[in-house]
Design a protein around this ligand. Structure first.
Ligand code: FAD
Length: 283
């Protein structure tokens, strides 16, 4: 759906040095949206031309409020497009396409583990909210550079959900020093006993949803495979049109019979089963 979103809030998220922003748009997208979907938002430098830059920028839905007809987008200013977006003021209308993509599937029961690296945390908040609303147990593993980043990128909002949270930072300023996969591995081993057991069984049914750097999602998928834990991964390829026409975001998957398939992240994803993603794209 191509529609307009009214900017009802647009503010700096946390410390300015982190270059993070929170943008709330009012419009019809919230009515049909689900966690894991995204919007393609038009950013225009009107001082140059209304077609510059030409391509919309994909941003995930961090919160969906059907009651208020509002979606919240959290983003980091990376380059020209997001720099222009950061200038949008309350009361402006922005052209948004969405909701796009497939979104996450919620398990029927058990414990949902969310594993985030850096700003990969953003789409997982909407997922946590819908999982909690459905009565699922939710546990967060989140790794970032340092304490300042984690606090700026929404840690207080996560703490307010009252769920168990395992943090890691590269410099050790908050949580365990190291990368987030270490914490996931530790918790899996605690639950299932030692790895490489012939038939590992957990007392509670676990499923995992992850978003962040590709290497991290690959590592999470491999860890979970050892324990037959299902993993959904949200891929973030660079996108052109965001509606499946330009083939700019194609990724390779492999099906159960070993056949390679090419899928569009914008239309068939961005969420895929970790086990079907071909992480080494040279095949
Ligand atoms: P550019 O000048 O285009 O690029 C600046 C830098 O960002 C370059 O180093 C470039 O390689 C890198 N970059 C650009 N696009 C991507 C991408 N897709 N993935 C990784 N690196 C990229 N960002 C958020 O901050 N919050 C979100 O919720 C969010 N959700 C996304 C959901 C999807 C499905 C996808 C595909 C991307 C998402 N991104 C998100 C990434 C965001 O779209 C890019 O950061 C943005 O397009 C950069 O545009 P730009 O013009 O500012 O930067």
């Amino acid at each position: 759906m191509l529609t307009e979103g009214l900017v009802v809030a647009h503010e700096c998220l946390g410390e300015e040095a982190q270059r993070l922003r929170r943008l709330v748009l009012k419009g019809p997208i919230a009515r049909t949206a689900k966690a894991g979907q995204f919007v393609a938002i038009q950013v225009q430098d009107s001082s140059i031309s209304s077609f510059d830059p030409l391509l919309r920028r994909p941003i995930s839905l961090a919160e969906i409020s059907q009651d208020q007809d509002e979606i919240t987008l959290l983003y980091r200013i990376q380059g020209r497009g997001t720099e222009i977006l950061a200038r949008a003021r309350c009361g402006e209308q922005l052209s948004v396409m969405g909701p796009l993509g497939n979104g996450f599937s919620l398990p029927i029961e058990g414990e949902l583990w969310l594993v985030a690296g850096g700003i990969g945390i953003f789409p997982l908040y909407a997922l946590a909210q819908s999982a909690l609303a459905q009565g699922l147990m939710v546990r967060l593993f989140w790794g970032g550079e340092n304490q300042s980043f984690l606090k700026s990128a929404g840690l207080p909002a996560w703490q307010a959900l009252g769920i168990p949270i395992h943090l890691s930072t590269l410099d050790g300023t908050l949580g365990v020093q190291g990368i987030v996969t270490g914490q996931v591995q530790g918790r899996l081993s605690e639950l299932f006993g030692q790895t490489n057991q012939a038939d590992p069984i957990s007392p509670v049914q676990i499923s995992v949803a992850t978003c962040g750097p590709k290497k991290m999602m690959q590592a999470v998928t491999e860890l979970c495979r050892n324990f037959a834990v299902p993993v959904q991964v949200s891929l973030e390829e660079r996108m052109g049109c965001a509606v499946g026409a330009c083939l700019g975001c194609v990724c390779t998957l492999v099906d159960e019979s070993g056949k390679y398939l090419h899928k569009k992240v914008c239309q068939d994803g961005p969420v895929f089963l970790g086990e079907e993603v071909v992480w080494d794209e040279s095949c």
